[in-house]
Design a protein around this ligand. Structure first.
Ligand SMILES: [Zn+2]
Ligand SMILES: [Zn+2]
Length: 147
């Protein structure tokens, strides 16, 4: 959402007839100010401390609405909880296999690969996903400290 800007995102939603309830507004704000790729559980925990009586199911509904409207990216990792990303500019993610942290990695590695895939396969609206996995600097430091 960094490049969309919160105001533009809200306008985009209004134009599509989406009512901006306080919960919906709060989730937008949360995703706008974080790059930690939170799970629905994390967002729910944070939201519960500000608003009484919001259920996890409501948080999921809102996140799925945003995903379907194309303003939030859902990153799924097999059995683990999905993580949500408000930054919709195409970017890669690098995941730490020790702490499970998900970090952004902004680099255009394979320019024009979607167009090529579309030409080769006849598909349209092709996107590509690349997943990097490793050990983050934080976990490397912890390991050194333990020795
Ligand atoms: Zn780590
Ligand atoms: Zn991201």
């Amino acid at each position: 959402m960094l490049t969309h800007g919160l105001e533009r995102t809200v306008r985009y939603l209004r134009e599509r007839g989406v009512r901006i309830t306080p919960q919906r507004q709060a989730i937008l704000e949360y995703l706008d100010q974080t790059d930690s790729h939170p799970t629905a559980e994390t967002i729910h925990k944070w939201l519960s401390s500000r608003m009484k009586g919001i259920s996890l199911a409501t948080v999921y509904n809102i996140l799925h609405l945003y995903r379907d409207l194309g303003i939030v990216m859902e990153l799924s990792y097999g059995d683990m909880s999905s993580r949500y990303d408000g930054n919709f500019v195409n970017h890669y993610h690098i995941t730490c296999r020790d702490c499970g942290g998900v970090f952004d990695y902004h680099r255009d590695l394979v320019d024009g690969i979607e167009e090529r895939a579309e030409r080769d396969t006849g598909f349209k609206d092709v996107i590509h996903r690349v997943e990097f996995v490793g050990v983050c600097p934080g976990c490397q430091t912890e390991k050194k400290g333990a020795n």
